[in-house]
Write a protein that binds this ligand. Structure first.
Ligand SMILES: Cc1cc2nc3c(=O)[nH]c(=O)nc-3n(C[C@H](O)[C@H](O)[C@H](O)COP(=O)(O)O)c2cc1C
Length: 295
């Protein structure tokens, strides 16, 4: 029984947008109806992508309400939109058109990153801009392999002890809460190549790395990443930060060579990008954990 997501069959046109846009592949349409895959519903993180993109407002995710949690988007989504419109219309894009990203757009993103504030100048952040889709495809099996090994390791108490020690409690929480449930379900599909939940068949990727001996580089990189995400969106591109990629590169000497990461550098963040296949019809309104005003 699934109480988390319901679909109004009288509204649904089986357009498949939800099935393609959901980060966890929770929807299926093969039966002629749009249905929820019961074995995947637990992976729903209420990101609201399905509800934001559904042309007919036919999907209901428990806890999200069309009138309360979503708002209209401006029609105009060209490069000059006001900042507020820009941030409201940005979403993580994981479905891309089969179209390369031109070099000049990538250069504009690189240029935007140079304006992100470094904690202590000079800028420590370095980028690898991958415009070669084939190279991204080639890297995927090595990334999948890391998560395969991680899952196997976590099943053995001794290996689990060392993994916990290596990653620390902060990252371990993400592993327990998200990575294990997701890969337990998806690994077989990722291993046989029918599903790519890491690089999402993206035509381009940007890696953010820095010398691991420099100060405050991780914080700087996350700010730089935010600039890059917004700049990509302002250029009509779609992008998503993918936290699954950096540890996979870190653990793979082969990927470090492939992506030309110097030995002393750590890959902190990764962003996939391309032209969005789908359009979001509404913005999602979210609440912060809390806001305390002190006057
Ligand atoms: C640092 C960071 C890491 C992320 N890593 C992943 C990832 O590994 N895989 C993924 O599909 N989405 C990833 N995301 C995207 C988030 O899931 C997404 O931002 C969130 O669900 C909110 O949705 P929105 O960006 O569409 O508003 C990441 C986002 C951030 C900021």
């Amino acid at each position: 029984m699934n109480d988390k997501i319901t679909i109004d069959d009288s509204l649904c046109t089986k357009c498949r947008v939800c099935a393609e846009i959901c980060p966890n592949g929770i929807f299926r349409t093969e039966t002629g109806l749009t249905t929820v895959r019961p074995e995947r519903v637990q992976l729903c993180v209420s990101c609201g992508q399905c509800m934001a993109a559904c042309p007919e407002s036919a999907i209901q995710v428990d806890g999200l309400d069309y009138s309360r949690d979503f708002s209209d988007l401006p029609e105009n989504d060209d490069a000059d939109v006001h900042f507020d419109k820009l941030i409201r219309s940005r979403r993580s894009v994981r479905s891309f058109k089969d179209k390369p990203v031109p070099r000049d757009k990538l250069e504009q993103i690189v240029s935007a990153v140079t304006f992100s504030p470094p904690s202590f100048p000079p800028i420590k952040t370095a980028l690898v801009v991958v415009q070669d889709k084939q190279m991204i495809r080639e890297s995927l099996p090595y990334m999948v392999d890391l998560y395969d090994k991680l899952l196997k390791g976590l099943k053995h108490p001794v290996a689990k002890f060392f993994i916990k020690k290596e990653v620390g409690p902060y990252r371990m929480r993400t592993i327990q809460n998200h990575i294990i449930p997701m890969f337990s379900i998806k690994l077989p599909f990722m291993k046989d190549g029918t599903e790519d939940s890491i690089t999402r068949n993206a035509p381009a990727m940007i890696l953010f790395h820095a010398d691991r001996n420099s100060e405050n580089y991780r914080t700087d990189i996350y700010i730089a990443l935010a600039y890059a995400l917004l700049k990509a969106h302002s250029l009509g591109l779609g992008a998503t930060a993918i936290d699954l990629i950096p540890p996979a590169i870190e653990k793979s000497p082969r990927l470090k060579i492939l992506f030309r990461i110097p030995d002393q550098n750590e890959v902190v963040a990764a962003m996939i990008l391309g032209y969005p296949k789908y359009k979001y019809r509404r913005a999602i309104n979210r609440q912060l954990s809390s806001v305390t005003w002190i006057n």
